[in-house]
Design a protein around this ligand. Sequence first.
Ligand code: GDP
Length: 208
Amino acid sequence: MVEKDALIIRNVEFIGGMSEKAGWRPDSSLPEIAFAGRSNVGKSSLLNSLVRRKSFARVSRTPGRTREINFFRINNGFVLVDLPGYGYARIAKEKKAGWKPMIESYMRRTSQLRGIVLLLDIRRDPSEDDRAMLDFLAAVEVPTLVAVTKTDKLSKSAARTRVSDLTKMLALESEQVIPFSAISGEGRTELLEAIMDLVGAAPAADAS
Ligand code: GDP
C-alpha cells in the first residue's frame, strides 16, 4: 500500500528531451516510469489527467518534441518518461519504424526504469507495433501495466467485456490491466497507485 499523500502530484518539472538515439538523457538518480503507445491512443490526455497540469500537455505537444523522449521530474521522487507515439498511419514506413531504435536505445541507457505503462485504445485491436512492444517488454523483463484508454466511449458492460477480451488476447494478468478514461476520470487513482507501487519497488536487477 502506498501513502495517499504520495498520490498528490505537487510538482512537475520538464527536465529535457532525448531527440536522437544516443542523445542527452538525465542522470539516473531517480526511479523512472515510461509511457508508450501508438499515436492518438490518448497518451497526452492520460498524462495530463495524471498530473493535472495544462502546461504539461503544452510541453509535450510542442512541434519537434513529439518525436523526442521527454523527461519530467515528479515531486522530486521519480521521473516520468514520455516515449514517442508509434505507428502513425500517415507517415512513411521507414519513419514509422523510427520509434524502435529510440525506445530501445532509451531502454539500454536507463538503469532506474521501474516499469512501463503501455496504452491501448479500447475500441481498437492491438496493432503489430503494440504486440512487438509487449513482446519486447516481456523479453527485457520490465514490469508492464496496460492502460486501456477511452473507456467512456463504450457502455460500462461493453467496456468490461472488451477489457477482459484484450487481457486474454494478449495473455496479460488482469492485475496488469487498468481501464482508463481521461474524460470520466475512471482508473486515475488505480493507475497512480500502481505507478507508485512500481516507483517504490526495488529495481529488477537488485531484487533477490
Ligand atoms: P496521443 O496522440 O496519444 O497523445 O492522444 P491524445 O491524448 O492527443 O488523444 C487523441 C484523441 O483522443 C483526441 O481527440 C482526444 O480528445 C481523444 N481522447 C483521449 N483520451 C480520451 C478519453 O479518455 N475519452 C475520449 N472519449 N476521448 C479521448
